[in-house]
Design a protein around this ligand. Structure first.
Ligand SMILES: NC(=O)c1ccc[n+]([C@@H]2O[C@H](COP(=O)([O-])OP(=O)(O)OC[C@H]3O[C@@H](n4cnc5c(N)ncnc54)[C@H](OP(=O)(O)O)[C@@H]3O)[C@@H](O)[C@H]2O)c1
Length: 226
């Protein structure tokens, strides 16, 4: 494996991958993402920053390195990256959140959106809290939860409030308010290890057999991917 982005997540993934018996052939920082540095890597895991991810993904696709990307905040360039991955005949798995619990949470959010469609007297909003160093807001996960809530009723609005404080790995809440009652859905990431574990599940899935195309983590976990 090659780790692209030796930050908090990159280090957590490296440590877990080594403990699981994987070989880390490279840990690449800014300016070090070259084809030569990726020699011998069956898969790359990219956790960098919003303004760096798209260029890294285009390069990795061009070199036909199957890639897992956990960086958030670059999805405006998804079409361009999909084209690069498909043209090269390689594969990418991306997700704003590689925790299995959040993928379950997204399914709950879809079901909640479906129920709320028939009950306009309820309103809802999201609150996401992350550590102070997080560069993008709202979080990619909050946007995914909002999209899941809106999946059956796109006209409905779900405002997102972002809080940046302390060292919080990631907390996402949906507050649903009715007259005289409140429903709260909450996912709390207690540790970065859960994201690292999910990224390794996706990396292993990419190397099991040749895959082509762009996949989301829920396709890896729950099927729907070839
Ligand atoms: N999908 C998920 O499950 C999940 C979970 C947690 C975090 N994230 C996301 O993952 C990303 C990284 O998070 P983090 O907490 O690890 O951040 P971080 O600690 O700031 O680490 C980012 C690392 O990437 C490096 N980097 C920046 N530009 C690069 C480039 N062009 N090529 C290679 N490396 C580069 C940074 O180097 P410098 O320090 O020198 O700038 C830093 O070492 C963020 O977008 C975050 O939102 C996703």
């Amino acid at each position: 494996m090659a780790i692209v982005g030796p930050g908090k997540m990159g280090r957590a993934i490296r440590d877990l991958a080594r403990a699981d018996g994987h070989e880390i052939v490279a840990e690449l920082d800014i300016g070090q993402v070259t084809q030569a540095a990726l020699q011998g890597a069956d898969v790359a895991i990219e956790f960098t920053q919003p303004d760096a991810a798209a260029e890294n993904l285009i390069r990795l696709a061009g070199w036909k390195v199957p890639t897992v990307c956990g960086t958030t905040g670059w999805y405006g360039r998804l079409g361009e990256i999909r084209a690069a991955v498909e043209k090269a005949g390689t594969a990418l798995v991306y997700a704003p959140n590689f925790s299995v619990g959040v993928q379950v949470f997204l399914q709950i959010a879809r079901a909640t959106g479906e129920a709320l469609k028939a009950r306009p007297e309820f309103s809802a909003h999201l609150v996401e809290t992350h550590h102070k160093a997080k560069k993008d807001a709202p979080s990619g996960t909050a946007v995914a939860v909002r999209d899941a809530l809106r999946s059956t009723d796109p006209r409905r609005d779900y405002p997102i409030t972002s809080i940046r404080e302390g060292e919080v790995p990631g907390t996402h809440e949906v507050h649903i308010e009715g007259a005289g009652e409140t429903i709260t859905l909450q996912h709390v990431a207690k540790d970065r290890t859960i994201f690292a574990q999910g990224a390794l599940v996706a990396a292993t899935w990419l190397t099991e057999r040749p895959r082509r195309g762009v996949f989301t983590f829920d396709q890896v976990l729950f099927g729907g991917a070839r």
